[in-house]
Design a protein around this ligand. Structure first.
Ligand SMILES: Cc1cc2nc3c(=O)[nH]c(=O)nc-3n(C[C@H](O)[C@H](O)[C@H](O)COP(=O)(O)OP(=O)(O)OC[C@H]3O[C@@H](n4cnc5c(N)ncnc54)[C@H](O)[C@@H]3O)c2cc1C
Length: 280
C-alpha cells in the first residue's frame, strides 16, 4: 500500500497572487486550500504533508530564475543574440541560447556542443594563422556584410549605416554598425599568457555590434548628442532596438543584407550603363 507520495507543483498563475512576494507558509496554505477545495467535496480528507519545500529560483543569486521565458516584445531572435560570442573569445552556452529548444535539458546540451565547436574553430583559426588572426565569420553573407560597411551611406562617431540605395522611404530598413574600443583594458597578464601560447591576438581589438533599423530611426539617432551610451539608450528605449554580433545579424538579417548588396550592385550597373550612354 502506498502511504506517501510526492506532490510537485509548478505555479504559472497570474491574477494577483505573487509567489515571489509571498511567504512559504502562505504559499503552502494557498495550495492546501486548493487541494481541500478539490477533494473535500468528494469526502476525501487532505492530510498535512510530512514536508513541504518552496523553491525561490527567482531570488537565488546563483540562478535568478529557473529557465528562460520569452516576454512580450521579445522573440526567438533574442536567443540568437544571447548565443553570440564576444570577439571569438567569450562563448555562451545554455538553454537560453538555443532558440530551437529553449528551457530544456537537450537545448542546454546541444548549445554546449555548438559552443565547443565554435571554440575549437576559434582556436584552430588562431593556431593556423596566429599573426593575422582576426575574428572571422563564415558564409557569403558575412563577406557581404563586411563589404557593405566599407562604403557606409551615413556615419557619425562610431556609428555606420547602410541602406537600400533604391529607396528613400524613411521606413525602409537598413543596418547599423557600432564599434567599441577598449583602449583602457589592462591586458598585460593576458598578453603574457597569449605570447607564451604563441597567440598574438590583441585583446584590445575593437568589438563591432550591429542592429537592424529604419532610415528614420537612424536620422533620429543622429540628432542625439553625447556619448555612445546615450545613443544606444535612445535606440533601446524608443525603438526597443538591441545590438547583436555579426553572426546573429547574418542569421536574422540574411535577406536584408543580400537585398542591399544586390541593390548596390544593380545601381552600380545602372550608373555604368548611364556613363557608357553619355560617353556615346
Ligand atoms: C522545475 C524545473 C523542471 C524542469 N523540467 C524539465 C524537463 O522535464 N525536461 C527538460 O528538458 N527540461 C526541464 N527543465 C529545464 C532544464 O532544467 C534547463 O533547461 C536546463 O537545466 C538548463 O541548463 P543550463 O546549463 O542552460 O542552465 P542551468 O542548469 O541553470 O545551469 C546554470 C548554472 O550556472 C550557475 N550560475 C548562475 N549564476 C552564476 C554565477 N554568477 N557564477 C557562477 N555560477 C553561476 C547556476 O548555479 C547553475 O548551476 C526544468 C527546469 C526546472 C526549473
Amino acid at each position: 500500500m502506498i502511504s506517501a507520495f510526492n506532490f510537485l507543483c509548478f505555479p504559472s498563475l497570474n491574477g494577483g497572487f505573487s509567489f515571489k512576494r509571498t511567504s512559504t507558509k502562505s504559499t503552502f496554505l494557498f495550495y492546501m486550500a486548493i487541494f481541500t477545495g478539490i477533494y473535500g467535496p468528494k469526502g476525501i480528507e487532505v492530510p498535512n504533508p510530512i514536508q513541504s519545500i518552496c523553491t525561490r529560483w527567482g531570488t537565488d543569486p546563483l540562478s535568478y530564475g529557473s529557465y528562460s521565458h520569452v516576454r512580450t516584445k521579445s522573440s526567438g531572435s533574442d536567443y540568437d543574440i544571447l548565443a553570440e560570442s564576444v570577439g571569438d573569445r567569450l562563448f555562451f552556452a545554455g538553454e537560453a541560447t538555443n532558440r530551437h529548444h529553449p528551457a530544456t535539458m537537450h537545448g542546454a546540451y546541444l548549445s554546449g556542443l555548438r559552443e565547443a565547436s565554435c571554440i575549437l574553430r576559434a582556436i584552430r583559426g588562431r593556431q593556423s594563422c596566429p599573426r593575422k588572426w582576426i575574428q572571422k565569420n563564415t558564409g557569403p553573407n558575412s563577406d557581404m556584410l563586411v563589404d557593405l560597411f566599407k562604403k557606409p551611406d551615413m556615419s557619425f562617431g562610431q556609428f555606420l549605416f547602410v541602406f537600400d540605395p533604391l529607396t528613400e522611404d524613411p521606413k525602409s530598413m537598413g543596418l547599423m554598425r557600432v564599434t567599441f574600443h577598449f583602449q583602457n583594458f589592462d591586458s598585460e597578464q593576458f598578453h603574457k599568457k597569449e605570447t607564451e601560447n604563441n597567440f598574438e591576438h590583441n585583446l584590445n581589438q575593437p568589438v563591432q555590434l550591429y542592429a537592424v533599423l529604419s532610415r528614420e530611426q537612424a536620422d533620429g539617432l543622429q540628432l542625439v548628442t553625447g556619448r555612445n551610451e546615450r545613443k544606444l539608450t535612445y535606440l533601446l528605449k524608443n525603438f526597443g532596438l538591441k545590438l547583436m554580433g555579426a553572426n546573429a545579424l547574418v542569421l536574422l538579417g540574411n535577406s536584408l543584407i543580400a537585398n542591399i548588396a544586390n541593390a548596390r550592385r544593380g545601381r552600380g550597373r545602372t550608373s555604368i550603363s548611364f556613363g557608357q550612354q553619355s560617353a556615346l
